[in-house]
Design a protein around this ligand. Sequence first.
Ligand SMILES: C[S@@+](CC[C@H](N)C(=O)[O-])C[C@H]1O[C@@H](n2cnc3c(N)ncnc32)[C@H](O)[C@@H]1O
Length: 359
Amino acid sequence: MPPPSSSATTSQTNRAGPTAAGPRPRRWGRRWCCPHGYARTDRCPSTAPVETLWGMSIEADTWDSELSGVARTARWTAAARARETARPDRLFDDPFAALLAGADGDALLRHFHTERAAADGNPVLPIRTRWFDDFLRGSVTPGCQVVGLGAGLDTRAYRLDWPAGVVVFEVDQAAVLDYKQQRLARVVNVARCERRTVATDFTGEWGPALLDAGFDPAARTVWFAEGLLFYLPAPLATAVATQAAELSAVGSRIAVDLIGTGIFRLRYMRPFLDKLVEAGSPWRFGTDTPAEFLRQAGWAVEQVTEPGAAGTDYGRWPQGAPPVAFPQLPRSYLVTAGRSAGGPGTTPDGAAAASDAHR
Ligand SMILES: C[S@@+](CC[C@H](N)C(=O)[O-])C[C@H]1O[C@@H](n2cnc3c(N)ncnc32)[C@H](O)[C@@H]1O
């Protein structure tokens, strides 16, 4: 089957907006309205009943059923962000997550909850989101480009403080981006940066769609692929990381999360993996050499860490990450890398590239 056609759209820019821990959308009678003064205050088109998710009201409507397969997983991770946002000790504040997750996202979060996960949810997802937030805050400079690969229902364009002149490209399937647009239009219509959506599919040529959206390969870029690569077959995951490197000017950076292969071998993971298959969104790719994965794609690796490792537990992983010597345990990796004039051997700031052997 040929990949879906690619298209690009641009949304408006407004530097004013909610702070990272700022006000949340609030319900106005049975309608959503924006508390920030720039969102729509007219009547919302939906007349669907209001439900509640993690203390925030949401509306269920026919859009809820129109995502399937891997596209639907975007609601699952949005629901995890909504749950985190409702915590008093939250690691981040995503005021739009509950609306985007909808009732379906909440159902997915419950469906994929594993027996061994903590009752209040798997800490990997909130830690991962916070880690990517921190990476972006530390990497993005005025005027640079940011590309979210498999951006899904990520709302960083609306919730982070971006330096002046930043353009954020959100790359994902058209169905996900359309759903997101429909839902967000109820509460907010301007991002806190210049936001452009790129509807494409990684199984086809996605570079041209990004270029059509105004991406400049000569400009410094910060890429992030959160919760994407393990849904792709191994050659495709490599191709996506390689294409990003080829489109990157010197000084560009990337952050990705990867899973280890142990997840696919452990018997107690099988019911969870089977549910993913049944949902049409199997995990397909894992690696026990995450640094080597990015190095082969043309990146100089700066850091490999894991949720729960020193500096990456955010107070949510008291038992610590499993020892490095046991790759067969279920592991997920958080990896950053850069593009330097010296190639994959040297990072953009001149340091020697990290390897799996030095974790
Ligand atoms: C688990 S969600 C993660 C979304 C978001 N990054 C987050 O952390 O919430 C995976 C995302 O990858 C996207 N995706 C997976 N395979 C894709 C493909 N072949 N082409 C385009 N997008 C894809 C899905 O549509 C979905 O939005």
